[in-house]
Design a protein around this ligand. Structure first.
Ligand SMILES: [Zn+2]
Length: 88
């Protein structure tokens, strides 16, 4: 039996699952701005929160939804940059 269709369908199915879960990607985060200072934000390296590039507020991600509310944010010091990595 030819399993060619299954080879094509499996990655497609995986893509749809990711879409359905609304996974927060860096591209998605790039479209958002900090509600406190209107600067660009970025995804934290461990994916647990969204961090403002300017005022360093950190917005938690809860149940795959970012809480972009200034009163939920905590202000975090700069993360130490790992050796050999360009600063974000
Ligand atoms: Zn900000």
């Amino acid at each position: 039996m030819d399993d060619g269709w299954e080879r094509v369908a499996s990655p497609l199915r995986a893509a749809f699952v990711n879409l359905a879960r609304m996974k927060i990607t860096e591209e998605f985060v790039e479209m958002m701005i900090c509600p406190a200072c209107q600067s660009k934000v970025r995804l934290k390296e461990d994916g647990s929160a969204i961090k403002c590039r300017s005022c360093r507020r950190v917005y938690p991600i809860e149940d795959d939804m970012p809480s972009m509310m200034p009163d939920k944010a905590i202000i975090e010091d700069e993360e130490p940059t790992a050796a050999g990595r360009p600063p974000a």
